[in-house]
Design a binder for this molecule. Structure first.
Ligand code: HEC
Ligand code: HEC
Length: 211
């Protein structure tokens, strides 16, 4: 099946041009339309919703447009995104990306933390799994604006979204990397690495601007 793919930078350029978001306008949108799930400062009200605080704005706007066009499917987020203009997306992303990271999650489940840490830091070359830190950084803070920040994300959401990524149809070029990685991860691996990653104190990315 031929699928048109673009890099996240090209996708954002086509969707948003060189425009940047406005934090104050974004705050108003967030209070009206997002805070009931993602929190006023991006720390989600339930672990089934992703935290958006300190997430890179490049990642946030790309995902919002993917929801709006239906390229990323979600019965909850698609109707939300359909009501947003491109400027609204830039503004909401500017606001959430400027918020301080939330508190990481705690776990004392060594049976999950130990193999999760190993996958995160070293991967598993025999099974064709690269270390997550190559792209997501040691603390789970993205190393470049084409990657999402994953440290301190809710363990339930991490497990859920890795399951989605394992099966979804990709339009963002770099996401093929995740798809390739995930074909080699078992559900036990996903649970372990999600538990570990949720405990990381991901520093706020240095460069929150769109690529
Ligand atoms: C009713 C709850 C709800 C509301 C309201 C809501 N969201 Fe979401 N949001 C979700 C859920 C659930 C997901 C995970 C969707 C999935 O992948 O299936 C999500 C995912 C996202 C993602 C992708 C995050 C990631 O890490 O991949 C972004 C960005 C986002 N929401 C932004 C927003 C913005 C901006 C608003 C307000 C304009 C908003 N959301 C309103 C529940 C909500
Ligand atoms: C070569 C780079 C690369 C490596 C290595 C990598 N990732 Fe990713 N990851 C990405 C990219 C790019 C995306 C964005 C995919 C998209 O949604 O389009 C992503 C997305 C994710 C997301 C979704 C984040 C969100 O908020 O929706 C999670 C979780 C994740 N990766 C975890 C991992 C784990 C765990 C590993 C190690 C087993 C890993 N990644 C290894 C590049 C990488």
């Amino acid at each position: 099946m031929a699928i048109e793919t673009r890099t996240i930078a090209a996708y954002n350029q086509a969707s948003f041009g060189d425009r940047q978001g406005d934090v104050a306008k974004g705050q108003r949108i967030v209070m009206q339309a997002c805070a009931q799930c993602h929190g006023t400062q991006g720390n989600a009200v339930s672990s089934t919703f992703p935290n958006l605080s300190a997430q890179l704005s490049s990642y946030l706007v790309a995902q919002l447009m993917l929801f709006k066009t239906g390229e990323r499917r979600s019965p909850i987020m698609q109707p939300v995104a359909q009501n947003l203009s491109a400027s609204d997306m830039l503004d909401a992303a500017a606001y959430y990306s400027s918020q301080a990271p939330g508190k990481p999650y705690a776990s004392n489940n060594a049976e999950l933390l130990a193999p999760g840490e190993k996958l995160h830091r070293e991967g598993d070359s025999q099974r064709g799994i690269p270390a997550c830190i190559h792209c997501h950084g040691v603390t789970g803070s993205a190393i470049a604006p084409i990657f999402p920040r994953i440290g301190g994300q809710s363990p339930d959401y991490l497990e859920f979204v890795l399951g989605v990524l394992k099966t979804k149809r990709f339009v963002i070029h770099e996401a093929y990397v995740m798809k390739a990685i995930l074909t080699n991860l078992t559900l036990e691996d996903i649970k372990a690495v999600s538990t570990y990653t949720s405990t990381l104190t991901a520093a706020k990315p240095e460069n929150g601007r769109r690529p």
